[in-house]
Ligand binder design. Structure first.
Ligand SMILES: [Zn+2]
Length: 279
């Protein structure tokens, strides 16, 4: 084959994100069997094993459903939980933090959450928080309390990408279905309180995740991207220990509306999101 063609093919293989590609965003607090704070330490051996099992189940399900590429972002606390040594060999692993666009501008066909928890202040939800339990007391978008599920689903929607699957506790599943009713969910545990749950076994959870991932991929064309239209306002109430200095300089579109609360405004979702992400 001509060298130019070989080069071109190599480039295509490395940049293979297409409509046949799915991005899995992982977290810890929604994994089956993870219900205590110390289990969420990113290098906790039990967490690594359980999350890897759930991720690999989702990868298998998507591939069985017809996806051509699965990219996994180790999204929990500094990308220290997953490893290429144990990830499904057909998947690619992203290690490290992502910018505000979270690579969604690369043209993924779908997004999935594995091990996801519900937003801060959600009742009956295992270790529910919004991005940081230590730093953020409450996050709202256009007046509604939100967390990773709502904001990242809106980010995917901005790029026309649907969130097709979530695995986590029953509260996280309900939160996604409230904004994407067609999404598939795998409820791997039921919250009995912030640090209490009734969980499926790892193998039962993984079988369910694999099955739901396969179904989600097959029906992805019928799952609508979640679009937040118009001007957007994000407010962030910080925890007492994160109280900002009154002298802190705030960027464009950011105001202090209380001793611990900042407001980020944008003409649209992306502007408000970028301002909040770059805080
Ligand atoms: Zn999280």
């Amino acid at each position: 084959m001509h060298r130019t063609w070989l080069l071109l093919l190599a480039c295509v293989a490395l940049n293979a994100q297409t409509k046949d590609s799915v991005l899995i965003i992982t977290d810890a607090e929604g994994v089956a069997g993870i219900c205590r704070q110390e289990q969420t330490e990113p290098t906790n051996a039990e967490l690594q094993k359980l999350l890897t099992g759930e991720v690999n189940a989702a990868v298998s399900g998507f591939l069985r459903g017809g996806a051509k590429e699965v990219v996994v972002w180790d999204g929990h606390d500094g990308s220290r939980t997953l490893s290429v040594a144990t990830i499904n060999q057909a998947a690619k692993l992203i290690i490290g933090s992502l910018g505000p666009k979270m690579l969604l501008d690369r043209g993924f066909g779908a997004v999935a959450f594995v091990g996801q928890h519900a937003r801060a202040n959600r009742e009956r939800a295992v270790m529910a928080h919004s991005y940081s339990s230590l730093g953020i007391q409450k996050l709202t978008m256009n007046g509604k309390e939100v967390g990773e599920i709502e904001t990242r689903t809106a980010l995917a929607g901005w790029f026309g990408v649907p969130v097709i699957l979530l695995s986590g506790d029953q509260a996280a599943a309900e939160d996604l279905r409230a904004i994407v009713p067609e999404a598939e969910t795998a409820v791997v545990k039921e919250s009995l309180g912030y640090y209490g749950c009734m969980s499926l076994s790892a193998s039962a959870a993984q079988s369910m995740i694999e099955q739901r991932a396969m179904e989600a991929w097959k029906k992805r064309a019928s799952i609508r991207p979640y679009k937040v239209e118009g001007a957007v306002e994000i407010t962030m109430e910080l925890t007492t220990r994160s109280t900002p200095s009154p002298e802190a300089t705030l960027g464009a579109g950011v105001e202090r509306i209380g001793p611990r609360t900042l407001r980020f405004r944008g003409k649209d979702f992306m502007e408000a999101w970028t301002r909040w992400s770059g805080r």
